[in-house]
Design a protein around this ligand. Structure first.
Ligand SMILES: *Cc1c(COP(=O)(O)O)cnc(C)c1O
Length: 333
């Protein structure tokens, strides 16, 4: 019985084509800047997203950390959403390793940060205060796509206030595919962008930080410092290049599967939040653990949370959605 794993889009296995590309990758020592495949991946994403430079790193956590540390000095501050990955899910790295103070703010329903609230949180130039330096956004945010008009406003706002603007674009391509625009229509509003290759794109490892030459130069030094300088990393970068060539357009399938899963669960009477990309949030209340165990017996892996998140990816198809809906129906009955 093949396992249907909806806990995250990080659970994918490299596809056959991806494994071939990894085997065939031309390699060198990337700490010397000599891995041709890493260099190609960095140049490719920088160009696609409209930046001068890029840096390949093992994880999105490191990519965001290097972005924050490249923008901010010790005693600086970044403004960020309460539920944002860079604030809540990265071990406090910006504060611990960068001595950067986070200023978290409540987020709006659509995943944005109200710019009037951001403005109110910006500290005056006064030695009592940390220096507010950066606004960090996330897109997609819990599966929600930030509107392009909001990004343009955030860009104009941060320019006006002298703040840098960073995007945690772990699922950037889910957002661009959903909007039907090139990814650079999103990224052009930002000073730096972190993209994960290991989420819906299906690579086993890797993220890329994009920015100016100066910013990426700084991030490259910091990457060495935090232990992220890798050697023949082209074997991993090849997977990323393959994903960019072959596994971006197919994200529409993940979104369609999420839609049909949501529709099926709604028909059963479950309260399901509106779906925009590859995440389905459903209220299962205090029966979360029981549901998880019930589904596990049927080969379906779920997290156990009252607000249950299910994530579609290239490892699950339409028939898997039907099986999940069936399992939820049986559980409810
Ligand atoms: C997964 C993720 C990251 C980075 O995670 P890693 O597991 O460190 O690669 C960053 N931001 C968001 C929104 C994510 O979902």
């Amino acid at each position: 019985m093949p396992i249907i794993d909806l806990r995250s889009d990080t659970v994918t296995q490299p596809t056959a084509g991806m494994r071939e590309a990894m085997l065939a990758a031309e390699l060198g020592d990337d700490v010397y800047g000599e891995d041709p495949t890493v260099n190609r991946l960095e140049q490719r994403l920088a160009q696609d997203l409209g930046f001068a430079a890029a840096l390949f790193v093992p994880t999105g956590t490191m990519s965001n950390l290097l972005g924050l540390m490249a923008h901010c000095e010790r005693g600086d501050e970044y403004i960020v959403g309460q539920q944002a990955h860079t604030y809540k899910y990265e071990g406090g790295g910006a504060a611990v390793l960068g001595s950067i103070q986070p200023q978290p703010l409540d987020m709006e329903q659509d995943g944005s940060l109200d710019l009037a609230r951001v403005e109110a949180a910006i500290k005056q130039d006064d030695f009592h205060f940390a220096r507010t330096r950066l606004l960090a956004l996330e897109n997609t945010m819990q599966g929600k796509v930030l509107p392009l008009a909001y990004l343009a406003e955030a860009r104009a706002f941060t320019r006006d206030k002298g703040l840098a603007l960073h995007l945690d674009g772990a699922r950037l391509f889910n957002a661009s595919v959903r909007l039907g625009v090139e990814a650079r229509e999103i990224t052009r509003h930002f000073d730096s962008v972190s993209v994960c290759l290991s989420k819906g794109l299906g690579a086993p490892v890797g993220s890329v930080l994009c920015g100016s030459e100066a910013l990426i130069g700084k991030a490259r030094r910091l990457r060495k410092m935090v232990g992220g300088g890798m050697r023949q990393a082209g074997v991993l970068a090849a997977a990323g290049l393959y994903a960019l060539d072959h596994q971006v357009e197919r994200l529409v399938e993940d979104h369609a599967n999420a839609d049909s899963l949501a529709a099926g669960l709604r028909e059963l009477g479950y309260a399901v939040e509106p779906v925009q990309t590859n995440m389905v949030y459903v209220q299962v209340g205090e029966r979360a653990a029981a549901l998880q165990a019930f589904c596990a017996e049927r080969g379906i892996r779920l997290s156990a949370a009252p607000r249950l998140r299910m994530v579609t990816h290239l490892g699950v198809d339409a028939s898997a959605m039907a099986q999940v809906i069936e399992a939820f129906a049986a559980f409810r009955a």
